[in-house]
Design a protein around this ligand. Structure first.
Ligand code: CTP
Length: 482
């Protein structure tokens, strides 16, 4: 039997073969095998008579059963060189658990931390490492890896890799894939907090967001380096896998398109002197999650937040403030808005005469701090005669008599809805990732009760609370316009 050398085929046939192989997620050699197999099966069913014309056949063959993962949504996972690369190995499993086919690519630096062999074993698929790999580059391997997937995930995304992406470099397999792809990209940055906060990284991240990549994290926490903490930890593999899954789903409807939302979040810091302040334990996570969910629902979102250790949500206008008075100023400047959501744990009091110099112990006895009340931002906005948003939502953080106190707050502050949550230390809500909430609103049709409607939601992640709340807001906005 004659042997066939693909290299010796016509250029036009080779080009057609490459295209077809890329479309079907196979190597060119495998594609040729499939074509020959199909031809022999067809030949058996319809023997070709000498001189008869072959009917035109579709070039996009159906995906072959039994070839691992070819029926599943495919993710190309690029592992870059950072200590968090070890977590990327767990990510492979989490992505597979969610029914995704994973093909790994490792940079040279990544191989200092984890081996391609481990990644291949976990993915049950070859791990690619070299741009100039004769076996895969014959059929333009980097183009195939860039296109033969529905999503590219980069985890960990190092400062160096993001800088190269922002500049459009393509000097290794990972960057060549990232430059050649037309698929969505999800980056999970991981680096030292100083690198994350460096002006160059900030510029590169801003550029990448403008280019349309999606970011998850980084989170705040301990670094691998001893005694280092801050924003820079890679998000947890389950969070990255969930974000990947969300990106692979058909786009959510955008029920808040054309609506302006204003959200406050986090604590405020009230100065005692230039180095000391009054604060609280709010992490800002719930407000940030609502901002991200509202943005995903199509809203134009302005988030006004006190000092938090969270990355700004993509696509949201974020105003960073310190004190309650600054927060109020920014809220007023962000009006008009259709909906305002006040999740911030605003400090109720500030020091009347904050020291312009550091208070000294030696100055005689204990300092006497006179406190005065801060403006109530929610109540101020709810009472605006002209520019009041159509829907004003407050949060009630309580440690006792949750529902009763929340109803009193709704009435006193004149908001439309109030989201009550128990922030007793035992619940772990303050700073944690889960929340149990009760959505309270005025119900004029409730003549027998106390005139309130109370809906208690099950324990949910703060992200899920955010999505559910945004859905409710969208439904209310629709009712108003219909
Ligand atoms: N709030 C505000 N400005 C303030 C205080 C609170 O905008 N100065 C808002 C919060 O963002 C939240 C709601 O009011 O939406 C309730 O906040 P919470 O801290 O639960 O209640 P307080 O009004 O501070 O009352 P208390 O501390 O006595 O419970």
């Amino acid at each position: 039997m004659a042997s066939l050398t693909i290299r010796k085929l016509d250029d036009a046939i080779k080009a057609e073969l490459r295209l077809r192989a890329a479309r079907n997620g196979r190597s060119v050699e495998d594609e040729v095998r499939v074509i020959l197999r199909e031809a022999s099966q067809q030949g058996a069913q319809h023997p070709v008579e000498a001189g008869s014309e072959q009917p035109h056949r579709q070039t996009s063959a159906p995906r072959v059963h039994g070839q691992p993962g070819t029926e599943l949504p495919r993710v190309t996972l690029i592992i870059a060189g950072g200590i968090a690369a070890y977590k990327a190995l767990d990510l492979i499993r989490r992505l597979k658990e969610r029914g995704l086919f994973v093909r790994c690519v490792m940079t040279h630096a990544a191989q200092q931390f984890v081996t391609p062999l481990t990644a291949s074993a976990l993915a049950s698929e070859r791990c690619y490492t070299d741009l100039f790999d004769a076996a895969s580059e014959f059929d333009a391997g980097h183009i195939r890896l860039a296109r033969d997937c529905e999503l590219i995930v980069v985890a960990p995304a190092t400062a160096d890799l993001m800088a190269k992406m922002a500049q459009g470099h393509a000097d290794d397999l990972a960057t060549a894939i990232l430059l050649a792809t037309n698929r969505p990209i999800l980056l999970a940055p991981a680096m030292n907090p100083l690198m994350w906060n460096n002006a160059a990284t900030r510029r590169n991240v801003a550029q990448l967001l403008r280019d349309g990549v999606t970011l998850i994290g980084p989170a705040a926490g301990e670094m691998a380096e001893a005694n280092e903490a801050g924003v820079g930890r890679m998000s947890e593999p389950t969070e990255i896998a969930d974000a990947a899954l969300r990106m692979l789903r058909p786009p959510r409807p955008r029920p808040l398109a054309g609506k302006r939302l204003l959200i406050t979040a986090g604590p405020t810091h009230e100065p005692i002197d230039p180095v000391r302040y009054i604060a609280n334990r709010s992490s800002g996570k719930q407000g940030f999650a609502i901002a991200a969910a509202a943005q995903a629902a199509g809203a134009d979102v302005t988030l006004i937040c006190g000092p938090v250790e969270l990355a700004d949500p993509a696509g949201v206008t974020v105003k960073h403030v310190e004190s309650a008075r600054e927060m109020l100023r920014q809220v007023e400047a962000a009006l008009p808005a259709d909906v305002a959501i006040f999740t911030a744990a605003v400090a109720d009091w500030r020091v009347k005469h904050a020291g312009s110099q550091k208070l000294k112990k030696s100055a005689g006895g204990l300092p006497q701090l006179e406190l005065i009340e801060n403006p109530d931002i929610l109540a101020t906005i709810s009472r605006l005669p002209l520019r009041r948003p159509a829907l004003v939502i407050g949060f009630a953080a309580e440690t006792e008599h949750l529902i009763e106190n929340a109803k009193i707050k709704l009435t006193h502050k004149r908001c439309d809805w109030i989201v009550a949550n128990d922030v007793s230390p035992a619940t772990g809500v303050m700073g944690g990732d889960r929340n149990t909430i009760h959505l309270i609103s005025k119900d004029d049709s409730d003549t027998s009760g106390d005139g309130f409607r109370v809906e208690s939601w099950p324990v949910m992640s703060k992200d899920d609370v955010a999505v559910a709340l945004v859905d409710r807001i969208a439904a209310a906005a629709k009712d108003q316009t219909s």
